[in-house]
Design a binder for this molecule. Structure first.
Ligand code: PHE
Ligand code: NA
Length: 448
């Protein structure tokens, strides 16, 4: 078990805060036109993300097993169908697919630690920085090496068991990442494009928001809070029983959101100052931040520190993606943890190659071009869309539906830990009707 409420908050924050906040949030915000997307994203966090995190952590704590077996056991206790275990399976598969591309992007951070440390960013303009990024992306060997190193680190940590090391790492490194982001925002404030960026992020122009943009905002709320993939369920299973799940879920969600907004505030002024389009795509932070590091005092030091902290944030998230599968292999198949971590790692690595080639040799390959939503999409785009926009929201929907409709009501109330009757009634109402309805509406709208 986690040693305290704080330990759980640190672990759950470690899972939540990652590439989703610093790499993905800025570039999808840019692709979707800024302010209006941010408003919808924040609404999704508040009305859907937080209630579903409460449900997911509560289920995990009540079951106290790996997510798949937790769902089996709870369904038995509540007299519900055994098919609920497939919810656990869907989460495990979603997390597996996410890790396959997450690891490649984690590899980018690793590679950038090297570029930063060697002083390559000093005085570099957007051309040189663009060339560094382009050279990395166009070489499958380079991407493969860093993807392998990233996964090796993750597998090594997982094979040791996560509880002791993770707490300590997150304890020190997360606050450091946070401070460094503040420094970056401070630097961004010194550019004359800061107010343009604030405007871009916080002045909503709903004419720029498409139906698909709304789905991306919803999907990202799940992705960034690690919901719907059973990662939070797995972590909830170690949460001491006296801790309030509701308060904890709110704390984690607020921290995650603040980190994402800070990342946006650090990056967009630089993008504008250097003539980069906000819609530059997945390379956005790798093409903007190095320019700033190259100009600030002690930039080489700060750049190295930044990409190292980004790497650690990515690792603590990646760990939580594989933990449910490894627990299941241990629990159900009696496989030793080290072997389980290795098997899972090799499988993820292989699937990850599809993402490696999506950025070079197969950049024009659209393997599912006959499916309308996947037309024009590379393997990387497909994995990203399939997990964030479909599997995670679907998983989260079923989680909150199980919690609010099928779980024994006394047990539900007991787990959530809200004392006031009125506050609980309101929370339960939101979980029973509002969150599921909102997810369904966004889904149906996109289907039609
Ligand atoms: N929340 C993580 C991030 O923002 C990603 C993640 C998704 C982690 C799903 C676990 C499960 O980077
Ligand atoms: Na996140």
């Amino acid at each position: 078990m986690w040693s305290s409420r704080l330990a759980f908050i640190l672990a759950a924050t470690g899972s939540a805060v990652g590439l989703g906040n610093i790499w993905k949030f800025p570039y999808i915000t840019g692709e979707n036109g800024g302010g209006a997307f941010v408003v919808v994203y924040l609404l999704c966090i508040a009305m859907i993300g937080i209630p579903i995190m409460i449900a997911e952590v509560s289920l995990g704590r009540r079951g106290r097993l790996s997510p798949i077996n937790t769902m089996k056991q709870l369904a038995r206790a509540d007299g519900a169908s055994q098919n609920w275990k497939y919810l656990g399976w869907m989460g495990v598969i979603a997390a597996f697919l996410i890790l396959s591309f997450y690891s490649v992007i984690g590899g980018w951070s690793l590679s950038y630690i090297g570029h930063a440390f060697s002083g390559e960013f000093e005085g570099a303009g957007s051309d040189k920085i663009g060339a560094i990024f382009g050279a990395m992306l166009s070489s499958p060997e380079t991407l493969m090496i860093w993807h392998s190193v990233f996964l090796l680190i993750v597998v090594a940590i997982l094979s040791q068991g996560i509880r002791s090391g993770l707490e300590k790492a997150v304890n020190v490194l997360m606050p450091m990442l946070f401070l460094l982001l503040l420094v970056m925002v401070g630097y961004a404030m010194s550019t004359s494009q800061f107010s343009q960026a604030v405007d871009f992020l916080f002045t909503p122009d709903f004419s720029k928001l498409t139906t698909e943009g709304v789905l991306s905002a919803l999907g990202h709320a799940f992705f960034t809070l690690s919901l719907g993939s059973c990662a939070m369920m797995a972590y909830g299973s170690f949460l001491p029983s006296q801790v309030s799940v509701a308060r904890t879920a709110i704390t984690v969600s607020v921290i995650d959101t603040v980190v994402a907004l800070l990342a946006g505030l650090a990056i967009f002024p630089l993008a504008f100052a250097n003539g980069l389009e906000p819609s530059a795509g997945p390379g956005l932070i790798f093409q903007t931040l190095p320019i700033a590091f190259g100009q600030m005092p002690a930039g080489t030091f700060f750049a190295t520190l930044f990409f190292s902290l980004l790497l650690i944030a990515a690792i603590t998230s990646a760990i939580s993606m594989l933990e449910p599968l490894i627990e299941w292999l241990e629990e159900q198949r009696g496989i030793n943890r080290k072997v389980a971590a290795l098997i899972a790692g090799v499988l993820v690595w292989s699937v990850g190659l599809l993402t490696v080639f999506s950025f070079n040799n197969w950049a024009d390959l659209h393997p599912l071009s006959f499916v309308p939503v996947f037309a024009e999409k590379t393997f990387f785009d497909i994995f990203d869309y399939l997990t964030a926009n479909i599997m995670l929201p679907l998983g989260g929907l079923f989680i909150v539906v199980y919690f609010a409709w099928f779980m024994n009501p006394d047990a539900a109330r007991h787990e959530v830990g809200i004392k006031s009757d009125n506050v609980y009634r309101l929370t339960h109402f939101v979980m029973r009707y509002v969150s599921p309805a909102l997810v369904l509406i966004v889904f149906l709208y996109n289907l039609l």
